[in-house]
Design a protein around this ligand. Structure first.
Ligand SMILES: Cc1cc2nc3c(=O)[nH]c(=O)nc-3n(C[C@H](O)[C@H](O)[C@H](O)COP(=O)(O)O)c2cc1C
Length: 356
């Protein structure tokens, strides 16, 4: 029933320009028109990390719900957790339109939105209002910096302070390709310095209340970059790394007419690149650090491959545009079957299985 409704609606959504289609989808979800497929998950999918319980390991990745408007409806689709943002201290409108492009034959998207968002105060208020409803759900907050800000660390600290008591985890996003200079924060000294500032800020909250601190990296990294990132994460005892954001590369074989548009590419063509970085960081951190695998997940096979390559949790965004909300239940069902078929009792046992 819900799936048929989606089929009918998606026919029209695909005829709209992608950003309008996204806004219409958010509006419909806010009106309660989304399917409610949230039901008790198969126990084999349960995951426990950072003292938090995830009913399943499949999350909504940052950028879909930048402004915390559809947390409840996205959890109702069956996601095990939702990451809101990226959110910057001050509201900003992002880059000029058009800035979002579909590559349908490639099941990919290129975006150069540039952190359009309502700013930390408005978004924190919405998260607070949602928390006040008492609904269960793990919600992470992805932090960015304003385009015109000269002090990146101060922006992330402001975000961390705004959300430290509201977020189940915080993400320092140093990997969006659409904010000039942002990716340079992945350099060894820059990253170390930035994380030190944020750790001091969140460390001022009592140890029990302190949210786990993660950062999110790009897939476009040299071997040296990866070694540096892993070393900094371990030295700083970071709680986890999200791998990866969109790529500025354009893998061979893209069909979409929009393939030369500037911005970050996501979806299927990103998969090999993101999986390679995931496996490399898993190895470089000795399998000790929780990793969230994201980039090109469009099926249970893709999700399982990321877990076996070292991901304790996974996330997706682009495939939702092409396959609609039924995708989440399909992935969960297939994942549970695969875990059982391979003799695993839970997700944790399968993490990094291909690299052991
Ligand atoms: C339209 C769009 C907007 C995005 N905005 C953000 C963002 O604000 N912050 C962020 O960390 N990642 C953002 N991302 C990246 C996704 O969270 C994800 O890392 C990437 O798209 C790869 O996953 P996918 O192939 O499943 O989409 C965005 C992606 C898309 C397609």
């Amino acid at each position: 029933m819900a799936f048929d409704l989606y089929r009918a609606v998606s026919f029209w959504l695909r005829r709209l320009d992608p950003e309008t289609a996204h806004n219409v989808s958010l509006w419909a979800l806010r009106q309660g028109l989304g399917p409610r497929t949230r039901q008790a998950d198969d126990k084999i999918l349960q995951q426990r990390l950072w003292g938090r319980s995830f009913p399943n390991p499949v999350g909504l990745s940052a950028g879909f719900d930048k402004n915390a408007r559809v947390i409840g409806p996205m959890l109702d689709l069956g996601f095990g957790f939702v990451e809101i943002g990226s959110v910057t201290p001050r509201p900003q409108s992002g880059n000029p339109k058009p800035r979002l492009f579909r590559l349908p034959r490639d099941e990919a998207v290129i975006n150069r939105l540039g952190f359009n968002n309502d700013g930390i105060r408005a978004v924190a208020q919405r998260l607070e209002d949602w928390r006040a409803t008492g609904q269960p759900g793990v919600v992470g907050v992805n932090l960015g910096k304003n385009k015109d800000s000269a002090d990146a660390a101060a922006d992330y600290v402001a975000g961390a302070e705004e959300f430290e008591r509201l977020a189940d985890y915080l993400v320092v996003n140093v990997s969006s390709p659409n904010t000039p200079g942002l990716r340079a924060l992945q350099g060894r000294e820059e990253l170390d310095d930035l994380l030190a500032h944020i750790q001091i800020a969140v460390g001022e909250v009592s140890q029990e209340d302190r949210p786990p601190l993660l950062f999110k990296i790009a897939p476009d990294l040299t071997e040296q970059d990866k070694e540096d990132i892993a070393a900094v994460a371990m030295e700083r005892k970071i709680d986890g790394i999200i791998i990866s954001n969109t790529t500025v590369s354009r893998p061979d074989g893209l069909h979409g007419a929009a393939r030369q548009e500037g911005g970050g590419l996501s979806g299927k063509p990103l998969t090999p690149l993101a999986n390679q970085v995931l496996a490399d960081i898993y190895r470089l951190t000795g399998g000790e650090m929780p990793l969230i695998g994201v980039g090109g997940i469009a099926s249970d096979t893709d999700a399982y491959a990321k877990i076996r390559a070292g991901a304790s949790l996974v996330q997706l965004y682009t495939a939702l545009i092409y396959q609609g909300p039924g995708l989440v239940s399909r992935i969960k069902k297939g994942l549970a079957e695969r875990l059982r078929a391979d003799g695993f009792k839970n997700v944790s046992e399968a993490v990094g299985a291909d690299l052991k």
